[in-house]
Design a protein around this ligand. Structure first.
Ligand code: HEM
Length: 434
């Protein structure tokens, strides 16, 4: 049911004129995505609006994201190319995507993960120690953004001139690439300006690193940037300095806001449920963190960082062919693959409204699906849970009363403020679900 009224979303939607329909749907994604998508999954799983088409069932979301030659990432190009240059995420089934994703996968080697996890833990502890005397922390700036951005510095080898610039670079680029559906020129220009600043900074850093590598006797640095510089590609591979810099910029864009939001939202979901919080603390203390990590990803399923992934279709295509819901999606349609909705689909998940650990990992779409599945998924898979784990290992971690104890987006696309208390006994213990 829409909001507090007794009228269903679809009833309101059907009664509206075309322009109002689009506005209503966009509003419901922001304010009521869970009940809105539930109604769509049950009554109209593929909803064609005048401006875009929603796909809400797990099978159809994964179908769309697996057909990269039909449902393309073309809408990313005007938002990414002027900022970081041609990039894998804005190219489907092209040499750039094939080659550069392969190169980047090789230098982000799985053998690094235990060390990345340790790094995330050390940085999280540093942030928590600094706030321990106060018994509370503003988590977004001091922890959720802090740890991923420092990992971009230490592990990827892109420290930036200072944290403030890195936060701004990360946010302006993410905002333009993924949150600027209405093409606001001010948002676009801020990202293009960031692209110039990053390029200038990284060109200097590249020269420094190259000089340092030339003067070294063994003991090569293991950050990702240095690894790329130590690798020689023949000219026909086409991975020159410009391509290298584009990919280093992509590491910051990919890591910063996504990881920050994932840390904040999964932590909040755990803290909102006192019994679960207790079980998560027990799991946090175990030698093997695998059981603990499930709390984090399940928390994020209940409040994912993105409601959907968008694509532009370039051929007529029938989604869910042969089923009752089969729908022809004509070329030129903006398609919303609603990954958040897929995470609640009773066709594949039992009792999706409950917080249940132990669900099969293949049902998780946090890192996308198919051709553009996240390059950083394994890094994020240790980084995000380790930060949450270090928080829960502190005594008396508790939500503070609203408004400061609720994640505050300050009207923008990303979490900006979120306070929690730890160390001391809480004065007030809020309960209930968010
Ligand atoms: C919790 C943290 C993260 C989340 C939730 C996340 C989510 C995603 C999603 C959903 C996609 C697919 C986008 C699409 O299909 O349109 C994606 C792609 C991508 N992500 Fe992440 N990401 C995270 C962390 C990272 C990190 C740490 C990196 C850096 C290594 C990164 C780099 C990328 C890149 C380069 C792509 C494009 C891959 C391609 O086009 O083939 N992400 N990410």
């Amino acid at each position: 049911m829409a909001g507090t009224s007794t009228i269903g979303f679809l009833e309101q939607y059907d009664a509206a004129d075309d322009q109002t329909k689009v506005g209503l749907a966009l509003k419901w994604i922001r304010t009521d995505w869970r009940p809105f998508f539930k109604e769509l999954r049950e009554s109209r799983p593929i909803l064609r609006t005048p401006n875009f088409t929603f796909v809400t069932r797990f099978a159809d979301v994964t179908e769309v994201l697996s057909r990269e030659k039909v449902f393309t990432v073309l809408p990313y190009q005007p938002r990414m190319d002027p900022v970081v240059g041609p990039f894998m995420l804005a190219r489907d089934a092209t040499p750039i995507n094939w080659r550069e994703k392969g190169i980047m996968q090789a230098v982000l080697q799985p053998e690094d993960l235990p060390q990345v996890r340790q790094m995330a833990g050390r940085l999280a502890d540093e942030a928590l120690d600094a706030a321990a005397a106060a018994g509370r922390i503003e988590a977004i700036g001091s922890l959720c953004r802090f740890v991923p951005i420092r990992i971009v510095g230490e592990y990827f080898g892109f420290p930036g001139p200072d944290l403030t610039s890195m936060y701004r670079w990360s946010k302006t680029t993410q905002t333009n690439m993924f949150k600027n559906l209405l093409n606001d020129p001010a948002i676009h220009e801020a990202a293009v300006q960031t692209g110039r600043e990053m390029h200038e900074y990284l060109t200097g850093l590249l020269a420094e690193k190259r000089a340092e590598l030339a003067g070294r006797n063994g003991g090569a640095p293991q950050d990702v940037f240095s690894r790329l510089l130590r690798t020689e590609f023949p000219a026909e591979i086409g991975f020159d300095d410009e391509r290298l810099l584009s990919n280093i910029m992509g590491l910051l864009v990919g890591t910063g806001e996504t990881s920050s939001q994932a840390i904040a939202q999964s932590l909040e979901q755990i803290l909102l449920r006192p019994d679960l919080h207790e079980r998560a603390v027990d799991a946090a203390g175990a030698d093997d963190p695998a059981a603990f990590d499930e709390y984090v990803w399940e928390g994020l399923r209940l409040n994912p960082i993105n409601p959907l992934i968008f694509r532009l279709s370039v051929e007529d295509y029938t989604v869910a062919a042969g089923t009752e819901r089969e729908t022809l999606i004509p070329a030129g349609t903006l398609v919303f693959a609603c990954t958040s909705s897929a995470g609640f689909d009773t066709d594949v998940l039992e009792d999706p409204e409950t917080f249940t650990t132990g669900r099969p990992a293949y049902l998780s779409l946090h890192f996308g699906y198919g051709h553009h599945t996240c390059l950083g998924r394994y890094v994020a898979s240790v980084l995000v849970p380790e930060v949450v784990r270090r928080v829960l290992l502190r005594p008396n971690v508790h939500l503070l009363p609203a408004p400061e104890g609720k994640i505050d987006f300050q009207g923008g696309p990303f979490p900006e403020r979120f306070w929690f208390g730890f160390g001391r006994e809480p004065a007030v213990v809020p309960g209930g679900e968010g």
